[in-house]
Ligand binder design. Sequence first.
Ligand code: ARG
Length: 505
Amino acid sequence: MRRLLTLAALALGFISSSAMAAGQSRIINGFDAANGRWPMQVSIQFGSPRSHNCGGTLITNQWVLTAAHCFFTSGRQTVFAGDVTVIAGTNNNADGSGQSRNVARMINHADYNDSTKNNDIALLQLDQPVTIVNPITLATPATEALWAPAGQTVTAIGWGNTSTTGDVYPALLKQVDVNMVSRDTCNAASSYNGGITTNMLCAAAPGKDTCQGDSGGPLFVSNRAGGVIQVGVTSFGTGCANPNFPGVYARVSQYNDWIAARVPETLFATTRQSGWWFVNGQGGRGYSIEIRGSRMFFAGYMYEADGSATWYTSIGTMSSADSYSGSLQRYQGGQSLTGAYTAAQSSGSVGTISLTFTSDTTATMVMAGQTLALVRYEFTTGGVAAGAATNQPETGWYWNTSEGGRGYFIEAQKDQIFFAAFMYRTDGQPTWYYFGTGTTATAGNGIQIQSPLSACTGGQTLTDATRSPSCSALPQALTLQFTNPFTATMTLPDGRAVTLSRFAF
Ligand code: ARG
């Protein structure tokens, strides 16, 4: 399918990228994305010869969210599941790299209107799963309202045209920052004049935009915890970077039920944040909580009756957006700070835990029969509200995929980091180490974190909150080199380097 690019209003549809000119460094005025920065992005290819036509995002390892218009011409579907190849896991859509999959099933929204572009949303089921660590989390009405108001900076990515006057299709993935535009502004007589429905979002910035070939790809907004959620699917525009006409995106929050009914494993963002919590007045005991869609991972750092540091975890599905209950687990016998990897064994449940979030910064926890008032741990002034600065690590759990039983929780507030490692003593008992420090920028948007570890003893046990710990810095130091906000190489005190990625639970 080959079609000339037209810049007329609503002149959508397929583009050919066979003319892959050497990339100018822009989507429209964007820049090359770092390799591996957007692992959820795929290239949707068809035609003869096969070429890139649209973007899409992996919402699970087997389902892609994209735009319905990619498969329509002049009001009728012309591209079917069997015509489409999906390329995942590469920034280059033309060198044969990445994981290639056929499409087993294509689901275009039944109410998609090819002339108005209302309901421009579609799902593709891949014939085989791809390997991906982090499927994208989708915006809900509440998270869109909170994090993507008019004026908010958002990021679009894609392999679309980089020229507003000709056809310049890059082989390398690009990204661009634009700002949310209110529906009223976008619908003004001088703009789309009423064509923007409540199923659409608009975004623009001077000289910057998505363009033909970016369609189906994501519009992202920060989740304030170093990660992004997808608020939009690139849909249409009158020209590209035309000052009167913002880019228009299908509004993901309108399709939560439609998507969940077809792909139940989809992750939807919650307004509650991942991060560190503690009880005022109980320094030395802390709780990491990661919320990922409807799943929660809790780990409590506390002490045994003999004073040694210990930890307990709980993992499971939340019973509502604001509540969780599950069993507290203990592990032993696993990997110590130095030496070769040893697998840990569960020593079973030590009680139950329930958590009720009462605001973004307060929660009530009932742990082993004790009721505790949790608050977020703010380690830089205003840091909880500000979240992570650009390129800082995503807040949450990290691990090495071949070293189960040992894990790391990292929170970034601005450019400051709080790190905790949970591992084992050489006698097999669980223990933990921590540090708080600033970060150093390194080449290619990298971030380096280096600090001596600290450890504590003698603090509050699971049931006795009256004790207080003493903490001291250890001679051992640890280095984390992040290459993107979710991948790092950790160099342990004995010089062993392990690759860390996010723990998708
Ligand atoms: N419809 C286009 C495509 O098929 C995407 C257009 C986005 N345009 C814009 N001005 N933001 O690739």
